[in-house]
Design a protein around this ligand. Structure first.
Ligand code: GTP
Length: 357
């Protein structure tokens, strides 16, 4: 039966807003918003897409989809598509208004595409597949999306470092547990399906896993002393820009504070991790920083093992960084390779370890 927003009581609407904004976890918030709106409008399906700027125009990432039959699905690693390849989405972004067209796969149903507006433009899209919108529905969804967008922006600001816009230390502390449990799950799955006993399955050099790298600008104090703090800040800002361009969308980039940065790489093998970090080191070295000129960085990194504690992972990457700092700087060092070569001793760190000082 078609549900019209005028038939939903103010108390139910208020209840939905309370439900949606109860959690400060961005993913939980998104899931709650999509499933609530689907239910509220009795739609077949509601999906939330995120827009990300890319060199050749915006990319569209499907994040969450709720359907009448299938519950709520989260998508983390699904490939994005170009906004330009979807004329209906494009139209919605350009006009910043709801755009409706007949749904191709469901006869008689309509695809309504609503923009999610931020201070800087359209940050995402909500697609609702269902009946025709009744009077007031578009206004209601627009209001919900505005509350949602304001709330997401507040969460984003609290998760990010104000100077560089990268994720902050607090967010790292919040996320590291989840990254480790994902590694644990991946480890369990590969162990239970270990029929081939291939190097990849056994965790050999070709095994795919997450990696954690700690990056530190070399002689940053000298930059501050010679050019002043403002130029120092500019170096941090430009470095964050090089990081964004060098790493993939699913790699998590953090500023830990000062001139220390952390990258959590999405699953790749040992050669891939080394190559991406080395490429980044070279990009920094070859970049001409205004006034300051050449800046270099040292990097220590480690595989995130399925059984590791957060302090162990950070501590090991930090040990590799420490080694790099004391052996010429401007280099990338792997904890495992240093241990294998007996350059540093293995350590089981169980206490919270401060990063390189
Ligand atoms: N401009 C600026 N400087 C900062 C910021 N945070 C920390 N610093 C400075 O970063 C410098 C870090 O210096 P050190 O820890 O001695 O390290 P370093 O000079 O980079 O030397 P190595 O790491 O050994 O190569 C200090 O001078 C801090 O004052 C910031 O947000 N902006």
């Amino acid at each position: 039966m078609r549900r019209n927003v005028e038939k939903i009581s103010p108390a139910a609407i208020l209840e939905s807003v309370i439900h949606i904004t109860r959690n400060s976890d961005r993913n939980v918030l998104i899931k709650g918003m999509v499933s609530t709106l689907r239910e509220m409008f009795d739609a077949e399906q509601a999906s939330l897409y995120w827009l990300k700027p890319a060199p050749e125009g915006s990319e569209v990432w499907l994040l969450v989809s709720a359907s009448r039959s299938g519950g709520v699905a989260e998508y983390q690693n699904i490939k994005p598509f170009a906004l330009a390849d979807n004329p209906a989405f494009m139209r919605c972004v350009e006009t910043r208004r709801c755009f409706s067209i007949p749904a191709q796969q469901q006869t008689g149903k309509i695809r309504h595409i609503h923009p999610i507006l931020s201070r800087d433009g359209v940050m995402g899209l909500l697609e609702v597949v269902g009946n025709e919108h009744a009077d007031g529905d578009v206004r209601m969804i627009k209001g919900f999306l505005q509350v949602f967008s304001n709330y997401v922006q507040i969460i984003d600001e609290s998760e990010r470092d104000t100077l560089t816009g990268l994720l902050n230390r607090r967010t790292f502390d919040k996320n590291i547990g989840r990254m480790l449990s994902e590694s644990r799950q991946a480890g369990d799955e590969s162990a239970s399906s270990d029929e081939t006993n291939s190097p990849r399955r056994r965790g050999g050099a070709r095994a795919e896993s997450r990696w954690l790298a700690v990056l530190d600008i070399d002689h940053f104090k000298r930059i501050n002393d010679k050019f002043g703090h403002l130029y120092g800040d500019e170096v941090l800002l430009l470095l964050a820009g090089i990081m964004r361009r060098s790493f993939r969308n699913n790699d998590n980039l953090f500023r830990f504070g000062g001139e220390e940065f952390v990258v959590a790489l999405e699953p790749t093998d040992a050669d891939g991790a080394r190559a991406v970090l080395e490429r980044f080191r070279q990009s920094v070295e070859s970049y001409e920083f205004p006034q300051v000129g050449e800046v270099t960085i040292s990097i220590g990194y480690v595989r995130i093992g399925s059984q590791d504690a957060p302090a162990t992972v950070v501590g090991h990457a930090d040990e590799a960084l420490y080694y790099a700092k004391h052996h010429g700087r401007n280099q990338v060092r792997s904890y495992e390779m240093l241990v294998e070569a007996h350059k540093i001793a293995t350590s089981a760190l169980n206490v919270d370890v401060e990063l390189f000082e």
